[in-house]
Write a protein that binds this ligand. Structure first.
Ligand code: BT5
Length: 264
């Protein structure tokens, strides 16, 4: 059962929020279609760098390629952060890297869960997805106008009894066997994002830290990218976020987007 003191409200989040930019402006919703959609709208209206939109429930939560993101009300973290980074458009994957690193570290700090990053935008606990990230950007002729980074973390949700998603997804409570304070987790996530955002210029450092948390480097993987399927060994990732895959003939493929599966 959820404790009323663990509702995500602005008042609770602002208590002890130790950030300089991220979450200084916070929009909390009980129910909304999608925090990413709302954040994009706010960004278009001029919302400041670091503005956060968070909701207890989404009626139209989305993933990449028009896929949907599910979560029961009052059980998960569903948030989007508006960033106005001093980055070239080709370096924007760094924001997804930053969010993945922050999510992995927040799971560990609040519940000692050792999670790993699966390229390009997933966080896994063992063989199941526990967090998804959706970065959407708006770029002008040469500069980035804004980016919205949406983060969904499965927190207090019994997915074992959930037939459709239960095979591929898990939650923090499923992993730990007890409920987790969503307020504490969310504050920690915002703190870690804020800290990393302050170091965003350090692309090499971010790249290194992402690789340290990646779960499939030097492993055999299958990548589905559009209609193409490739198998090989994941050899690395570029700073721009392209996966480098070595196929059986020794060729290195530079892959911009796709879905990785590890169980072949
Ligand atoms: C993602 O897409 O993983 C990005 C998800 C981002 C969600 C956040 S929630 C807050 C913000 N507002 C939004 O509207 N979105 C963001 P993708 O890699 O395309 O994965 C989507 C797939 O994951 C779906 O097709 C399902 O198979 C699966 N899925 C759906 N809900 C899930 C969940 N809660 N946990 C694990 N997997 C899920």
């Amino acid at each position: 059962m959820e404790s009323p003191s663990d509702r995500i409200t602005a008042e609770l989040i602002f208590q002890n929020l130790q950030t300089k930019i991220v979450g200084k402006t916070l929009h909390c919703f009980d129910s909304i279609d999608s925090t990413n959609r709302r954040a994009k709208q706010l960004a278009g209206e001029g919302a400041p760098d670091g503005t956060v939109v968070v909701a207890e429930h989404q009626t139209g939560g989305r993933g990449r390629l028009s896929r949907s993101w599910e979560a029961p009300p009052h059980s998960c973290i569903l948030c989007s952060i508006i960033f106005r980074p001093a980055l070239q458009p080709e370096d924007l994957f760094r924001l997804t890297m930053m969010a993945s690193i922050a999510a992995v570290d927040a799971l560990r700090a609040t519940a000692e869960i050792r999670a790993g990053i699966k390229w390009p935008n997933d966080v896994y606990a063992g063989e199941k997805k526990i967090c998804g990230i959706l970065t959407e950007t708006e770029c002008g002729a040469q500069a980035v106008q804004y980016a919205v980074v949406g983060i969904g973390i499965n927190v207090n949700w019994n997915l074992k009894g959930y037939s459709e998603l239960g095979c591929s997804a898990t939650s923090m409570s499923d992993v730990c066997g007890n409920d987790i304070s969503r307020v504490r987790l969310f504050q920690e996530l915002l703190r870690l994002l804020d800290m990393r955002y302050g170091n965003l210029h350090d692309g090499k450092g971010m790249h290194r830290e992402w690789l340290q948390r990646c779960m499939h480097m030097e492993k055999t993987v299958r990548i589905v990218s559009g209609r193409e399927t490739l198998e090989g060994i994941a050899r690395g990732i570029t700073e721009q976020g392209h996966l480098l895959l070595e196929s059986a003939d020794g060729r290195i493929h530079d892959i911009m987007c796709g879905d990785v599966s590890l169980r072949l």
